[in-house]
Design a protein around this ligand. Structure first.
Ligand code: UD1
Length: 338
């Protein structure tokens, strides 16, 4: 059984990936500071997989701690999720984002090299495309157009990985560009855990439906889209988690040193379509009103996912409706606990 280090393994995508790895016969080892997570996610993972995965509460910036984990575990591959991801906060605190997201990757790469760990799956984001000129966006589009410091940390990290490949470093990397990950595990044992007021659409919807927020503001109804609201490519987090297993398998079979893949459903849904779908599939009413555009938002983006389908042999199986039902079940589970 292959050991895979999962940094940020108790985060939203990380926790679902840990489950997918176990289901596919890998042995995940979780590294997380728990700064943006909670032990209840680790408990949730244990409930799903039937045992407690190995967990180290360390920060990837702490090279000595990373070193000792590698010494102890000798992982064969790393999936690197650990990073700050709040777009708005990155605008007000850019140094915090550049420092954490980039230093973590550098330290990880240095330690991986020392321990001859040669396979990396890196979490990137469609944010690297900004507002693309043509849709659906392919991997060959300009990927240096981020609109925030958070986005630029992904641009820089991607570049660093590609520069290593160009320099002949024996590392092999899969760079995964996520579109909008949503949903929760169907068991409702794990899901998204926003700290404070959520920025992202789906947690805001579920918290509003649960009565925690008075109403959802739909940011903008005057975009050049079919119903005027923004359009995004929402991908169920369980499908996304499985793409990481596919990426590991691809790394085990390819001779390439680095490549990038769009991971989305390959279609766009508007914010208003999502709001209506939520009410339809849950039967719960959702108070909302149309507000102004949110600063920094792009109008629309959705992915061309044919490369991931072709090269990774992966495709989505779940729909936005599945994601909304699962996110709602998770929200109800959280309410039971509090
Ligand atoms: C954001 C980040 C992206 C990150 C992703 C993580 C930006 C510019 N991009 O994407 O880099 O990878 O989160 O999931 O912030 N909306 C509302 N009302 C709300 C919340 C959102 O109408 O209360 C709308 C937004 O205006 C947008 C859509 O819902 O049109 C999706 O927003 P959100 O979930 O925040 O994701 P993104 O902004 O697409």
């Amino acid at each position: 059984m292959k050991k895979v280090l999962v940094t940020g393994g108790s985060g939203f995508i990380g926790s679902h990936t840990v489950v997918a790895l176990v289901e596919s016969g890998y042995e995940p080892i979780i590294l997380d500071t728990l700064e943006n997570s909670d032990p209840l996610i680790l408990e949730g993972i244990s409930k799903i997989i039937g045992f407690a995965p190995k967990f180290y509460q360390i920060d990837c910036r702490d090279k000595t701690a990373l070193w000792s984990v590698f010494q102890q575990e000798q992982p064969e591959a790393v999936i690197h999720f650990a990073a700050y991801k709040a777009v708005g906060e990155s605008v007000s605190e850019p140094l915090k984002y550049y420092s954490n997201n980039i230093v973590s990757l550098i330290h990880l790469l240095e330690v991986m090299d020392r321990f001859e760990c040669r396979k990396l799956v890196f979490s990137s984001s469609c944010t690297v495309y900004g507002q693309p000129d043509t849709l659906p966006v392919t991997e060959t589009s300009d990927a240096h157009n981020a609109a925030s410091p958070y986005g630029y940390t992904k641009v820089v990290c991607e570049q660093l990985i590609r520069d290593l490949a160009k320099a002949g470093c024996p590392l092999q990397s899969a760079i995964l560009r996520y579109f909008n990950p949503v949903g929760a595990h169907p068991s409702a044992h794990i899901g998204e855990l926003p700290i404070g007021v959520p920025n992202n659409l789906i947690p805001y919807i579920t918290q509003t439906a649960a009565g925690i927020r008075p109403k959802l503001i739909v940011h903008g109804s005057d975009y050049d889209t079919p119903d005027g609201s923004g359009v995004r490519d929402f991908i169920h987090v369980v499908d996304l988690a499985e793409a990481h297993v596919a990426a590991l398998r691809w790394l085990e079979s390819t001779a390439l040193s680095a490549d990038d893949f769009n991971l989305g459903q390959g279609k766009g849904d508007s914010v208003l379509e999502v709001v209506n779908a939520f009410m339809r599939v849950t039967g719960v009413s959702l108070p909302f009103e149309i507000g102004p555009r949110r600063q920094g938002d792009i109008e629309q983006i959705f992915a061309d996912v044919s490369k991931a389908k072709r090269e990774l042999g992966w495709q989505t199986k779940l729909t936005i409706e599945d994601a909304l039902k699962d996110a709602w079940r998770w929200q109800l589970r959280l309410a039971e606990r509090s």
